[in-house]
Design a binder for this molecule. Structure first.
Ligand SMILES: Nc1ncnc2c1ncn2[C@@H]1O[C@H](COP(=O)(O)OP(=O)(O)O)[C@@H](O)[C@H]1O
Ligand SMILES: Cc1cn([C@H]2C[C@H](O)[C@@H](COP(=O)(O)OP(=O)(O)O)O2)c(=O)[nH]c1=O
Length: 215
């Protein structure tokens, strides 16, 4: 797993957490704000819009957990090689809505062994910064209901509590491999407040990266 800062000064940010917690909302707003600050920002998501990601998304309701775990991991490596790494090498900030943590969490809902999930994902580049969103279970359910559900994982009524617990474990795992991790509890925060907090974490990470480069 790579932990060195990318060449060209780019920064790789992953936004992760349970379905409905507010990842897409934050990713969109943070991209706009950092762009307004003058940064080159590339927003992306997993499953990616590439061929494997498109296949994985289309099979979420019909495939078993092991099949999906392999497809999502394959999409992750393809996404890194074809979309993320080139942008980072050019010096951009890349923000992805879901990444390794989702790979370590989601197929546990289908009882895939967590050790196997880690083995499938461990060669994927560690994000420089992981913003791990959390919220109380009833708040997540309300947000999901308001927005609407699109697949079987989002429809499972018991899933968000397990997702939240396992995302915490995944965040600890990624911190141990070199990611700077910030958990943001969004239960009582407006979307704007979440963005402001995340924006501050990005600037702290950029400053730390600059210090590392200067040292
Ligand atoms: N901090 C927040 N407070 C209240 N509602 C929010 C907040 N963040 C997101 N939402 C709303 O919750 C719903 C789910 O958000 P979304 O960003 O789609 O979640 P995710 O990408 O994690 O599945 C949307 O209707 C969104 O407008
Ligand atoms: C990246 C990834 C996504 N997924 C699933 C989780 C989501 O149900 C789906 C993406 O759907 P999407 O509607 O983009 O996300 P969200 O639930 O956050 O609103 O893909 C996995 O099961 N494993 C993975 O590794």
């Amino acid at each position: 797993m790579t932990t060195t800062p990318p060449a060209g000064g780019g920064m790789f940010i992953a936004v992760d957490g349970p379905s409905g917690v507010g990842k897409s909302t934050l990713t969109r707003a943070l991209t706009i704000q950092l762009g307004q600050d003058g940064h080159t920002v590339h927003r992306t998501a997993e499953p990616s819009g590439g061929p494997i990601g498109t296949l994985a998304r289309g099979m979420t309701n019909t495939a078993d957990g092991l099949t999906l775990a392999c497809l999502y991991a394959a999409d992750r490596y393809y996404h890194l090689a074809h979309e993320i790494e080139p942008r980072l090498a050019a010096g951009a900030i890349v923000i992805t809505d879901r990444y390794i943590a989702s790979g370590l969490v989601m197929q546990r809902l289908d009882d895939v062994d967590p050790e196997l999930l880690w083995a499938l994902n461990k060669r994927a580049r560690t994000p420089d910064l992981l913003l791990s969103l959390t919220a109380d279970d009833d708040v997540i359910r309300r947000r999901l209901t308001r927005r609407g559900t699109h697949n079987r994982y989002q429809d499972q009524h018991t899933s968000s509590r397990d997702e939240a617990t396992w995302h915490k474990e995944a965040a600890e795992h990624l911190a141990a491999t070199g990611a700077v991790v910030h958990a943001i509890d969004t239960t009582h925060l407006s979307a704007n407040a979440v963005t402001a907090l995340a924006h501050r974490h990005v600037y702290d990470a950029l400053a730390a990266q600059e210090e590392d480069t200067a040292a």
